[in-house]
Design a protein around this ligand. Structure first.
Ligand SMILES: NC(=O)C1=CN([C@@H]2O[C@H](COP(=O)(O)OP(=O)(O)OC[C@H]3O[C@@H](n4cnc5c(N)ncnc54)[C@H](O)[C@@H]3O)[C@@H](O)[C@H]2O)[C@H](O)CC1
Ligand SMILES: [K+]
Length: 477
């Protein structure tokens, strides 16, 4: 089952892999025509009612596969209101080939006549709310006719995001949907054909440009709405938590606070005036600090624990206590990873080990990335948390779904890039599900590294990555 917006991600990923949407539309249209063949014989009368978006475009393609039917093609609205290039190109193709097209400018004048089949291609995944005009009147005409109604993708009026069927929706007799079923379709109690439209599995497996479309920033949002991250780190090291915290800011979080041992607080602050420090006594994290850290963590959307903390026994004990009492989302990195397999917690953890750290956690790895993906998926299922295993192919899995990021380059084996990744993951986990946050973060940090190396060659350092993060996350068409 894929929602309309998930379908949008997959479709844009397919385009990134070289299978553009127009090709998918061709397959969709062909599938619609195939569905017509299963319910009507050649020569029977078919009326296409096409909307002005890509749902309509699918049916305009179908027309070319239905030459042996008695066909009418109705466009709801003016041709210059067709909203996408590919739907328009398919409309133009029908004009050039002199198909019997009609435009319906006034829906009250819509006359379906008495066809055998009506193809409902008014609205698909683009719909929001009840049907407006002219679609509402057209839907009433379809519902009042004796024809068999075949809906394209979803009955017009079904919201593929929520599964909600509008009161004035088309009452379909058959549905042909694409790639995967959609919310609401199983409840309709009509035959649903799921057509393979040639989207490669890779469009769902690999993290690509389409995944970035999950990100949106509400224009009306206030400080804090886009995420508050608490980084618990530092002590033996100071650079790591500073990198993580700055990466979280560049990853879009509104407020990032660093809880660190007091002895290193000034040093960490000195790296950036954008950071807010929350020092605790001493020179390393230990169990007596946990109550205060737990209170702080509860006031944040995500916790990132590990960068620069070191592996002092008391520190690891403190981390285990902190995580076991926590019930939010936490990114766990570096030395903190070793405690995860033994911690019982209600928290959603996103663990970001490299392959060596994965082995240290009790996981298994393989040279072959496909085998590694299977192993990481099993391990994530076993520990009940999300894993992001770093490598030339980043493997992200929550035990149920697995994604693979293919960005990045050998320049990124330098110290500190993992701290940056943990910070971006922490920021994105404020506003995305853990699996999606980890997948987008891995893709983004790798892409950033690729851009830096493309510009300047190898020899990148982790701080080079910080400034480039926003352009990868947000500057897209
Ligand atoms: N995603 C894919 O892989 C593919 C999808 N295909 C088909 O494309 C449609 C989705 O097309 P889209 O252009 O995004 O949206 P629609 O055609 O569904 O709607 C466009 C249009 O409708 C207007 N609108 C929104 N809500 C309402 C309303 N309540 N009443 C009236 N009008 C409304 C809105 O303004 C939009 O502009 C998908 O379903 C598939 O059929 C392709 O096959 C390619 C592969
Ligand atoms: K439809």
């Amino acid at each position: 089952m894929l929602t309309g917006s998930e379908m949008g991600v997959v479709d844009e990923n397919a385009a990134a892999l070289g299978v553009p949407r127009k090709q998918l539309m061709e397959s969709s249209g062909h599938a619609v025509a195939q569905a017509v063949r299963t319910i009507a014989d050649p020569g029977e009368q078919v009326v296409i009612v096409a909307g002005r978006g890509n749902n309509g475009g699918d049916a305009l393609v179908a027309a070319r596969f239905l030459d042996d039917y008695d066909l009418r093609v109705l466009l709801l609205g003016r041709p210059d209101a067709i909203s996408t290039t590919i739907a328009r190109e398919n409309w133009d193709a029908l004009q050039h080939a002199e198909y019997p097209t009609e435009t319906v400018r006034d829906s009250s004048a819509l006359d379906l006549c008495t066809p055998d089949i009506v193809i409902d291609a008014m609205l698909g995944t683009g719909i929001a709310g009840d049907l407006r005009e002219p679609e509402a009147t057209a839907a009433a005409a379809m519902n009042g006719s004796d024809a068999t109604v075949l809906s394209v993708d979803v009955p017009s009026g079904l919201d593929a995001e929520t599964g909600r069927l509008a009161d004035n929706a088309v009452d379909a007799d058959h549905v042909v949907t694409f790639h995967d079923t959609k919310p609401g379709l199983p409840d309709l109690d009509v035959p649903v054909t799921v057509a393979d439209i040639g989207i490669p599995d890779a469009a769902e497996l690999f993290v690509e440009q389409g995944d970035l479309t999950r990100l949106e920033r509400d224009p009306a949002s206030h400080k804090g709405d886009n995420g508050e991250v608490l980084v618990v780190g530092g002590g033996p090291y100071t650079g790591a938590p500073a990198l993580t915290a700055q990466a979280a800011l560049r990853g879009g979080a509104d407020l990032v606070r660093v809880a660190c041992p007091a002895v290193v607080a000034r040093e960490i602050q000195s790296y950036s005036e954008n950071l807010i420090l929350r020092p605790f006594d001493g020179d390393h994290l230990a169990p007596p600090h946990v109550d205060r850290l737990a209170d702080l963590a509860a006031d944040h959307d995500t916790l990132v624990v590990g960068p620069g903390l070191g592996d002092h026994d008391a520190t690891l004990e403190g981390v285990a206590e902190l995580l076991s009492g926590f019930d939010g989302t936490a990114v766990v990195d570096a030395d903190a990873l070793s405690v995860v397999p033994d911690v019982e917690t209600d928290a959603d953890l996103v663990c970001t080990p490299h392959q060596g750290e994965l082995l240290g956690m009790g996981g298994e790895t393989s040279e072959d990335w496909r085998e590694r993906a299977d192993l990481v998926e099993s391990f994530a299922a076993e520990i009940g948390h999300t894993m992001l295993v770093k490598g030339p192919y980043d493997i992200v899995s929550n035990g149920e779904r697995t994604r693979v990021g293919r960005t990045g380059n050998p320049g990124m084996t330098v110290g500190g890039t993992g701290d940056v990744l943990a910070g971006v993951t922490g920021a994105l986990a404020c506003v995305q599900a853990p699996l999606d946050a980890a997948a987008i973060a891995a893709h983004t940090v790798g892409t950033v590294g690729d851009r830096v190396v493309e510009d300047r060659g190898y020899g990148l350092v982790a701080t080079d990555l910080l400034e480039e993060i926003p352009s990868v996350l947000w500057q897209r068409e």
